[in-house]
Design a protein around this ligand. Structure first.
Ligand code: C2E
Ligand code: MG
Ligand code: MG
Ligand code: MG
Length: 276
C-alpha cells in the first residue's frame, strides 16, 4: 500500500504531465495576448454556384499570425479556445471583423456576400448571443441576409432541443443557418426536420474520395438526397477536382467550396481574385 501511495504521490509530480499543463497554460496566455494584440486575421474562401461556376458568397476562416510561429491554423487553437472559454471573445471578434469587412466592401460597391461565419457551441448556448449578433449587424448597417452562420452537426446534436431554441432566435433575425461537417455527427431525422436551418454542408471527408470509393459516392448521394428531401440547399466542402464538381452537380448539389476554385485567402488576395 505504501508503495502504491508512493507511486501515486510520484504521479502527482509526473514531469511529463506538469510539462503538458505548463504548455497549455502558456498557449492559453499566448491566445489571450493574440486577441488583445490583434494577431488574428480572417481569410476568405469563395463559394461557387455549381450550375454556372459563378461566385456566390464566401466563408470567413480565422488565422493566427503569431510573431514567432507564423500563421497558425484554427485546428491548432480553436479546441483550446473552446475549452478555456476564450472562444467567446474570439468568436465575437470574428463576427465583428467579418461584418466590418462586409460594410467596407458594400461601401466600395464590390464583393457581395453573404459571408459565412463559424459559430461554436459556447457561443450558440449563450442566451445573449442573438441580441449581440443583432447589435453587431445594426452597428455595421447590414441586412441579416448578408450573414450566414455555420454550426457543426455535432454541436447541434449534443443538445438538439437547446440548439433548436437557440437557432430559432437567430433564424428569426433573418440570418441563414448552415449545418457544417454534415455526415460526421449523429443526426436524427426527426431533429433535422425541426431545425430552422437553410443549408447542409457535406463534410470534406466524403467529397475527397468521390470517384475513388464507391461507398463514398453512395454516401454523398444519400446526403444530398436527404438535404433535397428536407428542402435544404447543399454545399460541398473540400472540392478539389473537376470530376468531384461534376459528380456533385449531377446530384443536384447547389454550391461548392474548395481548392479547385480557391484556397482561403487574405483580404487583398481575395479582392484580387474576384477582380472587383
Ligand atoms: P470548416 O468550417 O469545416 O472549414 C473548412 C476547412 O476546410 C477550412 O480549414 C478550409 O481551409 C479547408 N478547406 C477548404 N477547401 C478545401 C479543399 O479543397 N481541400 C482541403 N484539403 N481543405 C479545404 P481551416 O481554415 O483550417 O479551418 C478548420 C476548421 O476550424 C473549420 O472547419 C472550422 O471548424 C474551424 N474554424 C475556422 N475559423 C473559425 C472561426 O472563426 N470560429 C470557429 N469557432 N471555428 C473556426
Ligand atoms: Mg465552416
Ligand atoms: Mg465544414
Ligand atoms: Mg469540415
Amino acid at each position: 500500500a505504501a508503495k502504491e501511495a508512493g507511486r501515486g504521490t510520484f504521479r502527482f509530480f509526473d514531469p511529463a504531465m506538469n510539462e503538458r499543463a505548463q504548455k497549455r497554460l502558456h498557449l492559453e496566455e499566448t491566445l489571450r495576448r493574440a486577441l488583445s494584440g490583434n494577431e488574428f486575421e480572417l481569410f476568405y474562401q469563395p463559394k461557387i454556384c455549381l450550375i454556372d461556376s459563378r461566385y456566390c458568397g464566401m466563408e470567413a476562416l480565422i488565422r493566427w499570425r503569431d510573431p514567432e510561429l507564423g500563421i497558425v491554423s484554427p485546428a491548432d487553437f480553436i479546441p483550446l479556445a473552446e475549452e478555456t472559454g476564450l472562444i467567446e471573445p474570439i468568436g465575437n471578434w470574428v463576427l465583428e471583423t467579418a461584418c466590418a469587412q462586409m460594410r467596407r466592401w458594400a461601401d466600395a460597391g464590390r464583393i457581395a456576400g453573404p459571408v459565412a461565419v463559424n459559430v461554436s457551441a459556447k457561443q450558440l448556448n449563450n442566451p445573449d448571443f442573438a441580441a449581440e449578433l443583432e447589435a453587431i449587424l445594426k452597428r455595421h448597417r447590414l441586412e441579416a441576409s448578408c450573414l450566414q452562420l455555420e454550426v457543426t452537426e455535432s454541436t447541434v446534436m449534443t443538445d438538439p432541443e437547446m440548439a433548436i431554441e437557440a437557432l430559432s432566435k437567430l433564424a428569426a433575425l433573418g440570418v441563414t443557418i448552415a449545418i457544417d461537417d454534415f455526415g460526421t455527427g449523429y443526426s436524427s431525422f426527426s431533429y433535422l426536420k425541426r431545425l430552422p436551418i437553410h443549408l447542409l454542408k457535406v463534410d470534406r471527408s466524403f467529397v475527397t474520395d468521390i470517384g475513388i470509393s464507391r461507398e463514398d459516392d453512395e454516401i454523398v448521394t444519400a446526403i444530398i438526397q436527404v438535404a433535397l428531401a428536407l428542402k435544404l440547399m447543399v454545399v460541398a466542402e473540400g472540392v478539389e477536382t473537376a470530376r468531384q464538381a461534376a459528380f456533385l452537380n449531377g446530384l443536384g448539389c447547389h454550391f461548392a467550396q474548395g481548392y479547385l476554385y480557391a484556397r482561403p485567402l487574405p483580404v487583398k488576395e481575395f479582392e484580387d481574385l474576384l477582380g472587383a
